[in-house]
Design a protein around this ligand. Sequence first.
Ligand code: NDP
Ligand code: 2IT
Length: 451
Amino acid sequence: MNTRSSKTFITDFMNYVKSKDPGQPEFHQAVEEVVETLADFLLANPRYLHARILERMVEPERIIQFRVPWADDRGNIQINRGYRIEMNSAIGPYKGGLRFHPTVNQGILKFLAFEQVLKNSLTSLPMGGGKGGSDFDPKNKSDNEVMRFCQSFMSELSRHIGQYTDVPAGDIGVGGREIGFLFGQYKRLRNEFTGVLTGKGIEWGGSLIRPEATGYGTVYFAQEMLKTRGDSFKDKVVAISGSGNVAQFAAEKVIQLGGKVVTMSDSSGSIYDPDGIDADKLAYIMELKNIFRGRIREYAEKYGVQYLDKQRPWSVKCDVALPCATQNEINGDDAKALVANGCFVVTEGANMPSDFDAVHHFLESKILYGPGKAANAGGVAVSGLEMTQNSMRLAWSREEVDTKLHSIMVNIHKMCVDYGKDTDGYTNYVKGANIAGFVKVANSMMAQGLV
Ligand code: NDP
Ligand code: 2IT
């Protein structure tokens, strides 16, 4: 297929998407990245074009938006906005996390839901895609306030979800505490104990390894990427952003594999510890973040290392970068700095952490670049395994789940290589992930008629 027609196809399609929802830049960005890498494939397989599969895939099957009123500890009434985007159910019930963060809006959740559809397809488990959340900010809220918010949020959401319909989980701002409050309210309203949420506590239907799964899976994926160049994590200097769920367990796995983690961050700044964050220091971070809900600056004070106020960690020298905080946390300049400093592996624990310029710079530099929808799929994959265990009313051991997670990540890596290899031998993981994820969903949609 000639370049001109694929360029025209991309422009026309993006004009169509942008004209329908002009105010959703993150959604446009996520779609454009996919369309860019799918264009040649679609033009070579016109049955998907005739069936208008891509036009259908960018249109959510259903969007639910609702009012979430709750009372704070002083008795003041607060009103937040709740959402659930039910994006695509071609290969299974809607599945994807809930995000509680003040920046949440429909466009951000649509980008996340769109990526989730392809990601879930890559896991090879039967899960459709969805995403939800609220503009509620859990920071500086008491446990009781978080509980009242979650109860109000679930009072409406419970009408729309179910173990066979839509199964939410965590994301930014939604961890074990929030899933507990949400599950408790669902059970109370429906009088049923089912696997309607994943990321549950281990005593009440959760899966071992689910808390670790996204971070571990990201590192397993990076390990496979390194292997393609005959390399490993041993003695690699690793820059990680974020200090939440994904970042913590990515750091744990890198340390176990003999790498040296030199940075972590939060939305206020980064710490740079050139001697490496070892297992003891990581335990301090986990306690600081998960129990005291403190700031990463306190690590710099405790261990006497550099604190990069209001800065992301991409200016430090490293071999491997694992962005594990949020979308668009690496821009074109950050990408240039990373590559210029010798970084040759970027594996995304977060969703869409690299902006458009950054992605292009990584690909042009021919470094190993693993996009989030492939690299961070371990989280939702173990959510899928939690659903399986709930359905069987059985619980697997840590080793069993970890082995399954590892083999799923190895398999996703293989699919990316199979679909993403360029003629010069370079693996374009973006192309590989997008095509591999797309084909299964598209074929399922075609088989199910005009849905
Ligand atoms: P957490 O809420 O546990 O942690 C988020 C971390 O990122 C915190 O350190 C937070 O800092 C930082 N962060 C959040 N927003 C921003 C921002 N706007 N600018 C700078 N830093 C920010 O979330 P998770 O670890 O679960 O999620 C991290 C990323 O991984 C997200 O992109 C999420 O979508 C993705 N992901 C998560 C999965 C999961 O299973 N949890 C699965 C797959 C992907 P602060 O505390 O200051 O806000
Ligand atoms: O982005 C993601 O894949 C998640 N937040 C996890 C979703 C899930 O259902 O476990």
